[in-house]
Design a protein around this ligand. Structure first.
Ligand code: HGY
Ligand code: MN
Ligand code: MN
Length: 422
């Protein structure tokens, strides 16, 4: 451990996270959707902190705030780090933000010491990852890798505002040309490292402040519609019903059973029905229609896809037996992303140098890193999540001590990267 390292990294990170959480669409709890007024002021605050940390700052055409701690040579290669600053509805203050604020305080420390790196360190505050406003996740990182889906520009939010209109209202060009220009040149990249709160209980249970992510679970999402027959709740005999909600309920339990099978626990298979609705439902009507979402993830695509195939078949059997119709459409498919073994080893070296055991663990949550992995080598540092590991909840928390360790590990990682460049 470098004795000259500022020991206040952790306190600074917690303070900055609290300040940033002051920008919210909802006064009740932290909610920051893409390009709202609060989102724009949050971006401006991040930009101000980056300038103060000695970085050159620009905002790209999708609203990413990019701070560069520049190398002396303008042609130097680039190491990207960062994460997102948008949130889910009533989210936590560290999800995403930790991955912006940690490199920010580390860059400030390097700046104050006058310590230059032989590569540009680009800290990207990704404007959108959660998909809250336009139901399309990873907007910001997909622009950075040159894979933004331009059809999304015409998608509307709940108030009927298109993404293009939202961009223009926020002072962004809102053109395909400008968004295409967000793309990085992969040939200049050394890789991507993301610091993120674990959002689960593994590190907490093991008593460890940080861990190295091995892979990021891919996601299959589906929208399922079950159609039965709406009929009178008082007069339709139980044996004659075609109850869409009862059928859907069996399907939800089938998800729980298949994905909860202990044989797949090692592959981190999980399945969730997070939304369910009975449109036009009433207390005195047998449900004629039920719509629900399905989200299945695992540490490898084969395990996840096998579960999805089994669930498709099981849903069909349930529908057949109950005399209801089934319509299933896939709304998202993101492949698993593997972290780069050399970058993982370098990160493990930094954790080891901090006197800590190295735990390698898979990520069940999605991260900007999985999109960046399409163009460059990636790795991730997970940081212990308090409160039993709860996240996507205002109760999400972490300690200043753990944030401090994360910053020191990142600083060491940057120096090792510099040393490896020779
Ligand atoms: O859904 C996810 O895994 C992420 O938090 N966006
Ligand atoms: Mn999240
Ligand atoms: Mn996140």
């Amino acid at each position: 451990m470098d004795p000259k390292v500022d020991s206040n990294f952790g306190t600074e990170i917690i303070l900055l996270a609290e300040q940033l959480a002051g920008h919210s669409d909802d006064p009740e709890a932290l909610t920051l959707a893409y390009l709202t007024r609060a989102h724009q002021t949050a971006g401006a605050e991040i930009a101000g902190s980056m300038i103060e940390a000695g970085m050159q700052v620009r905002i790209d055409a999708v609203g990413n705030v990019i701070g560069r701690y520049a190398a002396a040579d303008p042609q130097a290669p680039i190491l990207i780090t960062g994460s997102h600053f948008d949130t889910v509805r009533h989210g936590g203050r560290f999800d995403g933000r930790l991955g912006i604020l940690t490199p920010l305080v580390v860059a400030r420390h390097l700046h104050q010491r006058g310590e230059r790196l032989p590569f540009h360190l680009d800290v990207v505050a990704f404007a959108e990852e959660e998909g809250l406003r336009f139901r399309s996740a990873f907007l910001a990182s997909s622009a950075l890798v040159g894979q933004f889906d331009f059809a999304l520009l015409d998608h509307k939010d709940a108030d009927g505002i298109t993404m293009r209109e939202a961009m223009c209202a926020a002072g962004l060009p809102g053109t395909e040309e400008a968004i295409a220009a967000c793309a990085v040149n992969p040939r200049r990249l050394l890789g991507y490292i993301e610091v993120h709160i674990e959002q689960g209980p593994v590190l907490l249970e093991r008593g460890l402040p940080v861990g190295v992510v091995t892979s990021i679970a891919g996601n299959v999402r589906k929208r399922v519609t079950v159609s039965g027959l709406a009929s009178h709740a008082g007069t339709t005999p139980m044996a004659m019903r075609r109850d869409a909600l009862a059928a859907a309920s069996e399907m939800v339990l089938a998800v729980e059973r298949r994905c909860g099978d202990p044989r797949y626990a090692a592959q981190a298979l999980v399945g969730t029905v997070g939304m369910a609705a009975v449109p036009q439902g009433a207390a005195n009507v047998v449900p004629g229609r039920c719509e629900f979402s399905l989200d299945v993830r695992a540490a490898d695509d084969a395990t996840r896809d096998a579960a999805v195939t089994d669930l498709d078949a099981e849903f069909a059997r349930i529908a057949e037996r109950r005399g209801v119709e089934l319509s299933v459409s896939q709304t998202m498919r993101v492949p698993c992303a593997a972290c780069s073994p050399p970058l993982m080893d370098r990160l493990a070296g930094s954790i080891d140098a901090a006197g800590l055991p190295v735990l390698r663990l898979a990520s069940g949550a999605g991260h900007d890193a999985m999109v960046m992995a399409r163009v460059t080598d990636v790795c991730m540092l997970f940081v212990r999540c308090g409160n039993g590991g709860i996240s996507h909840n205002p109760a999400e928390t972490m300690t200043a001590e753990d944030a401090d360790i994360a910053a020191r590990v990142l600083l060491d990682f940057l120096r090792r990267t510099a040393a490896d460049l020779g």
